[in-house]
Design a protein around this ligand. Structure first.
Ligand code: GDP
Ligand code: ADP
Length: 277
C-alpha cells in the first residue's frame, strides 16, 4: 500500500481527494490507517495516536468517513510539513489538566526543545520557591499589583487556584507573539482554560491526562511539594477536574514526557479552518 500511495507525485491529500470523489474506488477502499502509515514520518505507534486524536476507528476506509472525520483528517494532512504551503498558522494552545499530571514538566520540555513556541509567563501572588526566577517561572506580584493588572485589563484571564493564590495570563505578550506569527502555549488551570475559551474561541484546549488514577496519586506524592492534607484536597479537586475533560478539544495522555510534549506541539499545527486547495 505504501508504494501505491507514494507513487508519482501524489500526496496523501490527493489520495483523500480521490477517495471523496469515488468512495468505492481504489482510494475509497483504502483504510485510513494504511494511508497514514504510507507517510514516511508516521510509524504504527504514531499512526495509532493520530487515529485516536482524530477520533477515527481503525477499521474506517477513506470512502466511509463522515464529513467531520474527513475534515479532521484533511486538516491534519494539510498541516504536515511536506504539504504545508507558506508559513505555519500561529495558534494559541491551552494546556490544562489535574494537579501533578505533569503540565509543568511537559511545558518545560517544550520550552527546552521547541524554542519556536512562545510560553506565556503568568503573574502570581504566591511567593517564589527556591530556584524560581522572576520573569521566567512567573512574574511574582503583590495582591495590590494583581488588582491593578485586573483593573487595567492587562490580564487575558485570571483565577484563584487551589483556593490559595491568584494566577493570571498577561495579555500583551500573548497578543504580540500571535501577531508575529508565533504559536503560544498557556499552561494554566481549568478555570483559566474556560476563561480563555470565552475570550478567544479560536484557542485550542488540550487536556493532559495521567495514564491512570493511581499514577496521578504517585506523581503527586512523589513530587513531595504538598503535605498530606493538601494532597488529599488536591486529589478531591482532581476528580472534578478529570470530569471536565469533555469540554476540551483534545486529550493527550502523559505517559512519556517527550511524547506528550511532541503531541501537544503537533496539535498546534493542525489546521481547522482553511481547507487546502
Ligand atoms: N488560570 C490560571 N492558572 C494558572 C496560571 N499560571 C499557573 N496556573 C495554574 O496554577 C496552578 C498552580 O501552579 P504552581 O503554584 O506553579 O504549581 P503547583 O502548586 O505545583 O501546582 C497550576 O494548576 C497552574 O496550571 C495562569 O496564568 N492562570
Ligand atoms: N510522564 C511522566 N512520567 C513520570 N513522572 C512524571 C511524568 N510527567 C511528570 N512527572 C512527574 O510528576 C510530578 C508532577 O509533575 P508536575 O509537572 O509538577 O505537574 P503539574 O504541573 O501538572 O502539577 C513531578 O514529580 C514530575 O517529575
Amino acid at each position: 500500500m505504501k508504494a501505491q500511495v507514494a507513487a508519482g507525485e501524489r500526496t496523501a491529500l490527493d489520495v483523500l481527494a480521490a477517495a471523496v470523489k469515488d468512495p468505492n474506488g481504489v482510494e475509497g477502499r483504502l483504510r485510513v490507517t494504511e494511508l497514514l502509515v504510507s507517510i514516511p514520518a508516521i510509524g504504527v505507534t504514531k499512526m495509532q495516536r493520530i487515529m485516536t486524536r482524530l477520533e477515527i476507528s481503525p477499521s474506517k476506509r477513506l470512502g466511509g468517513l463522515g464529513k467531520h472525520q474527513r475534515d479532521r483528517l484533511r486538516d491534519f494532512l494539510a498541516a504536515r510539513p511536506t504539504n504545508r504551503r507558506g508559513a505555519p498558522d500561529s495558534h494559541l494552545i491551552v494546556l490544562a489538566g489535574p494537579t501533578a499530571v505533569g503540565k509543568g514538566t511537559v511545558a518545560a520540555y517544550i520550552r527546552e526543545h521547541r524554542p519556536e513556541v512562545h510560553l506565556s509567563v503568568s503573574a502570581t501572588t504566591r511567593a517564589p520557591r527556591a530556584g524560581e526566577v522572576e520573569g521566567v517561572s512567573y512574574f511574582f506580584v503583590s495582591d495590590a499589583e494583581f488588582d491593578r493588572m485586573i483593573a487595567a485589563g492587562e490580564l487575558l484571564e485570571y483565577a484563584t487556584v487551589h483556593n490559595a493564590y491568584r494566577y493570571g495570563t498577561p495579555r500583551g505578550p500573548v497578543e504580540a507573539a500571535i501577531k508575529d506569527g508565533n504559536s503560544v502555549l498557556l499552561e494554566i488551570d481549568i478555570q483559566g482554560a474556560r476563561a480563555v475559551r470565552r475570550a478567544m474561541p479560536e484557542a485550542r484546549l488540550v487536556f493532559l491526562l495521567p495514564p491512570s488514577w493511581d499514577e496521578l496519586v504517585r506523581r503527586l506524592i512523589g513530587r513531595g511539594t504538598e503535605d498530606s492534607a493538601e494532597q488529599s484536597r488536591r486529589l478531591e479537586t482532581a476528580k472534578l477536574e478529570l470530569a471536565a475533560q469533555g469540554e476540551f478539544d483534545y486529550r493527550v495522555v502523559n505517559t512519556d514526557v517527550a511524547e506528550a510534549a511532541e503531541e501537544v506541539v503537533d496539535l498546534m499545527k493542525i489546521r481547522t479552518s482553511a481547507t487546502p486547495s
